[in-house]
Design a protein around this ligand. Structure first.
Ligand code: FAD
Length: 375
């Protein structure tokens, strides 16, 4: 039986471990803390599932496949992990990113609808859209209970036979300095046919990868019950780098900025949000949902983006049998179960990874994730 060591029990590593174990591999999952620990990117309370990715078909298709997987995982777990609230894109200009997204979704047969800005009033208890050009409605988008989904995925992986090892793994190199399909954990060397390093924001400290890490503050505000998911949709204002969704599980309405924060170290960096992030979110609420301008801040989380210059992911073989997965660039949670199936195929040799996922120098590009100017 082929064996694989996966390092990192965030949603990428856990989903892959589950997938590989269920397709007959002997899998060891190494995690330095515990699945769902607060420093990992996957332990945000919530993550959005949307299929719009501008003109890119690959990520859109994968997100659409992942929606089915999330629903199935929720059924297996006996609890809903995905809340299908729909998602409204607030488009500030005609003919831009949202227009390209609408075209891509239509080509792929993924339901969406272009609406007048005034139609936003149908979706929210209070809304102002007079600065907008149009709305793009994705009825099958929604919100994933991310931290819970990560814990559940890791548990299902263990149920499927994955051996979970707690400890910090370091790479093992051979005589000529090439990485070997092995890891060292607490002085013990573990070997396998393949090793996959799915270490999120910790990856650049271990390998030479085109990834930078930034601090991201997320904010949740107390809102009246009418602002709950799934009754209230998720929303993204691409141009203003703002996004959020209604209340989930009493944690409050998320309203936060997608603008890249300062450089960050995920293990020891401060987990306190900056006052300027709160001012930014309030400013946005005041303009878009005026009745929430003074809503109390009830919950905050500091997370980190692992960004590549072009927001394309990294799926690359560093040396034979040693694979690097990372650079999710703030848009990889939703895809995880479908992405795991894709990566399993790459590990099998069924197809090579997309050339764009390689370790080559990347040309800076915006557009795969929300990346407007913070306003
Ligand atoms: C603020 C914010 C908002 C986001 N919003 C969205 C969204 O709306 N939709 C979406 O799809 N995506 C979103 N994302 C992106 C999403 O969260 C990530 O794509 C996803 O969580 C990445 O998971 P991961 O498993 O790669 O990394 P992580 O969850 O960070 O997991 C990496 C794991 O590796 C472990 N590890 C690292 N090094 C070692 C080692 N040497 N030995 C053992 N263990 C190790 C770490 O402890 C950690 O548990 C957002 C991200 C942030 C920060």
């Amino acid at each position: 039986m082929a064996s694989v060591i996966v390092v990192g029990a965030g949603i990428w590593g856990s989903s892959l471990a589950l997938r590989l174990a269920e397709s007959g591999r002997r899998v060891t999952l190494v995690e330095q803390h515990r699945p769902g620990h607060v420093r990992q990117s996957s332990s945000g309370e919530t993550r959005l599932l949307r299929c719009a990715h501008g003109a890119d078909e690959w990520y859109s298709r994968l997100a659409w496949q992942a929606r089915d997987e999330w629903r199935r995982l929720g059924e297996r777990a006996g609890e809903p992990l995905y809340l299908e609230s729909g998602l409204l894109w607030f488009a500030g200009t005609p003919g831009g990113w949202e227009q390209a997204s609408a075209g891509t979704l239509k080509n792929l047969g993924i339901p969406c609808e272009v609406l007048d800005p005034a139609d936003g009033a149908r979706f929210f208890p209070d809304y102002r859209g007079d600065d907008l050009s149009f709305l793009l409605w994705e009825p099958h988008a929604g919100v994933i209970r991310a931290r819970r989904a990560t814990e559940v995925t890791a548990r299902l992986a263990e149920d499927a036979g994955v051996r979970l090892v707690t400890g910090r793994a370091t790479p093992v190199t051979g005589e000529e300095g090439a990485y070997l399909p092995a890891v060292e954990v607490d002085g013990e060397t573990l070997t396998a046919d393949q090793v996959v390093w799915a270490c999120g924001a910790w990856l650049p400290a271990l390998f030479d990868v085109p990834i930078t890490v930034t601090k991201q503050d997320t904010l949740h505000f107390a809102v009246p019950p009418a602002w709950s998911v799934p009754e209230t949709p998720a929303w993204v204002d691409h141009g203003a780098a703002a996004y959020g969704h209604g209340d989930v599980d009493g944690v409050g309405m998320k309203a936060t900025s997608d603008a890249e924060g300062g450089p960050y170290e995920p293990e020891h960096g401060s987990r306190t949000v900056d006052p300027s992030s709160v001012d930014l979110a309030r400013g946005y609420l005041r303009r878009r949902f005026p009745s929430l301008a003074a809503a109390p801040l009830v919950f905050t989380q500091v997370c980190q983006y692992a960004l590549t210059p072009d927001a394309e992911w990294v799926v690359a073989e560093a040396s034979p049998g040693v694979w690097l997965l990372g650079g999710d660039s703030g848009h990889g949670f939703k895809h995880a179960p479908a992405f795991a199936a894709y990566v399993a195929g790459v590990l099998d040799g069924a197809y090579p990874p997309e050339p764009r996922f390689g370790l080559h120098p990347r040309t800076p590009a915006r557009g795969l994730r929300t990346s407007g100017e913070a306003r």
